[in-house]
Design a protein. Structure first.
Length: 129
């Protein structure tokens, strides 16, 4: 009976540890994804209307900055795409989406969306420097 209880305790503790490691992996990846997406949004703010309005409509796969991909935990596990939709002649909706596969094989994704307007705050800041 004691052997059964011990085997049950060891088995359940291994499952709990596996679930804990999966949760840690998810938390790290969510943090990294947020940092990558924020970085892309900040880069977007530095471009003028001419550069941004030239983006191809629809989804485009982008290269993630080497600051992130040089890390062994990020490497090439993450895929970044940008989708541009024209709302009106002087307004674009830009969505960055990041997807990755966790170490236990689940696919996860996060995205950020912004609107970019001609003569908007982005264009004003860019032209004032």
């Amino acid at each position: 009976m004691a052997g059964f209880v011990m085997a049950f305790g060891i088995t359940t503790s291994i499952r709990v540890m596996q679930r804990g490691f999966a949760t840690l992996d998810s938390a790290r990846n969510l943090t990294t994804a947020g940092q990558i997406l924020s970085s892309e949004m900040e880069k977007l703010r530095m471009y003028d209307w001419t550069a941004v309005s030239a983006y191809a409509a629809g989804p485009t796969t982008l290269t993630i900055d080497t600051v992130f991909t040089s890390s062994s935990t990020v490497g090439s596990r993450f895929t970044l795409t940008r989708t541009v939709a024209t709302i009106s002649a002087d307004l674009l909706q830009i969505t960055y989406a990041l997807s990755w596969t966790t170490y236990d094989g689940r696919t996860m994704s996060r995205n950020m969306t912004t609107y970019y307007a001609q003569h908007g705050i982005h264009d004003y800041i860019y032209n004032q420097t």
